[in-house]
Design a protein around this ligand. Structure first.
Ligand SMILES: *[C@@H]1O[C@H](CO)[C@@H](O)[C@H](O)[C@H]1NC(C)=O
Ligand SMILES: *[C@@H]1O[C@H](CO)[C@@H](O)[C@H](O)[C@H]1NC(C)=O
Ligand SMILES: *[C@@H]1O[C@H](CO)[C@@H](O)[C@H](O)[C@H]1NC(C)=O
Length: 211
């Protein structure tokens, strides 16, 4: 009996130590690379550790340079560099990888500073081991979508697939809308995680999934 109890304890401890169960969250859509409005996000005081990202704007660190900076709600955004990486940037099968993030600056430099991070695959999400940046405003980017424009809505409240909620269009389109929204969100997350927001292309994604 004690044996079983200890065994369960061990499992619990192991689980708690697994970075996948981190309680540190980053929940801030302004970090989206599609956000070009400066809103003062700064990771200068970010506590070092494993973070899970939760955002309807997307939860992956962008893998393309936000040229010229002034994106992700900050002046000098950090993005995930594929320099010196062979194979896939993101890990699979529960693995952890070491990766390098680069700082993009207003002067057009895509990598004037680097910070080493780690990424772990947790099945349906990733966790990131992050260290603080130096100087404000500089922060890590996550996601590539934006909130729906005023008057429009989607299943997440974010692009892609924002539609006029008071749409008086054809009945067929109305019926198709929820599926279209969900599918486009799912497919864009799964297959085009780092694609720039492609508004209005939702039908295309759905059709390509079926046929
Ligand atoms: C890639 O490797 C070179 C040589 O080791 C190094 O100078 C450079 O900073 C690395 N780039 C990145 C983005 O890690
Ligand atoms: C990855 O980084 C960690 C922490 O800095 C280090 O202990 C480990 O050796 C690195 N792994 C590889 C494969 O470079
Ligand atoms: C939404 O549709 C209604 C009715 O067709 C229209 O009056 C309104 O301007 C539309 N709003 C937006 C934001 O497109």
């Amino acid at each position: 009996m004690i044996c079983i109890f200890l065994f369960l304890c061990l499992i619990t401890v192991t689980k708690l130590e697994d970075p996948c169960f981190t309680t540190k969250l980053i929940d801030d859509w302004r970090r989206s690379v599609a956000n070009a409005a400066i809103t003062g996000v700064c990771d200068n005081f970010l506590e070092e550790g494993w973070y899970r990202v939760i955002s309807s704007a997307g939860e992956l660190m962008p893998t393309e340079c936000p040229i010229g900076g002034y994106r992700c709600g900050t002046t000098s955004p950090f993005w995930l560099s594929s320099n010196n990486v062979t194979g896939s940037l993101y890990p699979h099968n529960g693995n952890t990888v070491n990766r390098t993030t680069c700082r993009a600056t207003f002067s057009g430099n895509c990598c004037d500073q680097t910070i080493d991070i780690r990424i772990k695959d947790c099945g349906c999400y990733y966790v990131y081991y992050l260290k603080h940046t130096t100087g404000c405003y500089s922060a890590y980017c996550f996601g590539d979508q934006l909130p729906c424009p005023d008057g429009l809505t989607s299943s997440t409240g974010f692009t892609p697939g924002c539609v006029n909620s008071s749409c008086s269009g054809i009945g067929k389109l109305k019926e198709a809308r929820p599926i279209r929204c969900i599918m486009s969100c799912v497919t864009s997350r799964l297959f085009f995680p780092n694609k720039e927001a492609a508004e209005g292309d939702t039908w295309y994604l759905l059709v390509s999934l079926i046929g």
